[in-house]
Design a protein around this ligand. Structure first.
Ligand code: TRP
Length: 346
């Protein structure tokens, strides 16, 4: 197998003694600077203390993008490259693809038998997204069942903890409710997972000052080239009240400054804070400095990512290896579940 540890980190602690953490991402685009300071930092830390299962949730992507599935494979591959280049170590964490584990579908179905429809109807994100997302048809049963599939993802590997943002908390609560009902009905089979509220990453503004998001078109991608980064930063919004270089600015409301704080040297950041407030320096100079600092900050990530992407099979080898490693974990649970539900031969 190709899976050497690219960072030569210390010896792997035997997995048996560790609790399990699980998280999944929908492959709907490359990862951004926003993901870096929130999710990726957390995932890197968690892979040390826990037995980590990180999966690409490609079936989840289909629940909303069922009408056009053409990008799923490409984004799956990009996700793996982004993860590994960012320090997710496939020798430590089991990195796999949801669709490589067909038992997710099987367990989703068993859970569906024991879940009242009303529980799914009241999931807040369901109502919200049905109302707010108008460019996709979300009237499909798959989208409605999506929280069940998320429960299956977690329960299938007996995940102890799931790092979630606020928006995913109701899904986790539902998973816990389903677990209790299932266990009451069929015996104590499933492990009730706990949420860990992901350590609040820095809020990273996009180039227009709103939250950085692919759907706003304001994202800086980790894998952007230095040139692309430069173009994006040079077109960034700054303090909107600062029309002229001679106007004093307010760094506290300047998105440029917020990003600089995350990637710049503290003394440089402090100096731009000072000179902006007294109108001694202009936004263009600050943008140039951020371009330099941001490109420096991301240089080693980008270098690693290019190296990984140079072997076209790399991501798929990681996923194949992950599928192999998750398989016994899944078999272990599913044989218990099938037996308890009398879905066994003979
Ligand atoms: N629901 C998550 C999202 O939309 C992705 C996801 C799917 C997930 N299954 C999961 C997250 C299991 C944590 C655990 O972003």
């Amino acid at each position: 197998m190709i899976l050497t540890d690219p960072f030569q980190t210390e010896e792997i602690v035997p997995h048996m003694t560790k609790k399990r953490v699980l998280t999944g991402y929908r492959p709907t685009g490359r990862l951004t600077l926003g993901h870096w300071f929130g999710n990726l930092m957390n995932m890197r830390e968690l892979q040390e203390a826990y037995e980590a299962f990180y999966f690409v949730a490609d079936w989840h992507a289909l629940t909303s993008d069922w009408a056009d599935t053409s990008s799923v494979r490409k984004f799956t591959e990009e996700m793996v490259l982004d993860w590994v280049a960012a320090g997710i170590d496939p020798a430590k964490a089991t990195v796999y693809r949801q669709s490589d584990v067909p038992e997710v579908a099987e367990l989703t179905m068993y859970l569906a038998m024991a879940t009242p429809m009303a529980w799914l109807e009241r999931v807040p994100s369901y109502k919200e997204q049905r109302e707010q997302i108008t460019d996709k048809d979300l009237s499909n049963a798959g989208f409605f069942m999506y929280p069940l599939m998320m429960a299956a993802d977690i329960l299938l590997v007996r995940g102890d903890v799931v790092p979630v943002g606020e928006d995913q908390l109701p899904h986790l609560e539902l998973t816990r409710e389903i677990t209790r009902r299932f266990n009451n009905t069929y015996g104590d089979l499933l492990t009730e997972p706990a949420a860990i509220i992901a350590k609040q990453g820095a809020r990273v503004p996009g180039t227009d000052g709103r939250k950085m998001s692919k759907s706003y078109g304001n994202a800086i991608y980790l894998s952007d080239t230095a040139d692309e980064t430069s173009k994006k930063v040079m077109s960034m919004v700054t303090d909107p009240a600062r029309k002229l270089k001679t106007d004093p600015g307010d760094p506290d409301i300047c998105p440029l400054h917020q990003i600089h704080k995350l990637v710049g040297r503290p003394e440089d950041v402090a100096e731009f804070d000072r000179c902006c407030r007294v109108a001694e320096c202009g936004c263009v100079a600050h943008k140039r400095k951020l371009v330099e600092d941001l490109n420096d900050y991301l240089a080693s990530f980008r270098q690693r990512r290019l190296e990984l992407a140079a072997s076209p099979d790399y991501a798929w080898e990681v996923l194949a290896d992950g599928a192999e490693r998750v398989s016994p974990v899944v078999d272990d649970l599913m044989s218990d579940v099938r037996r308890a539900l009398h879905i066994t031969a003979g």
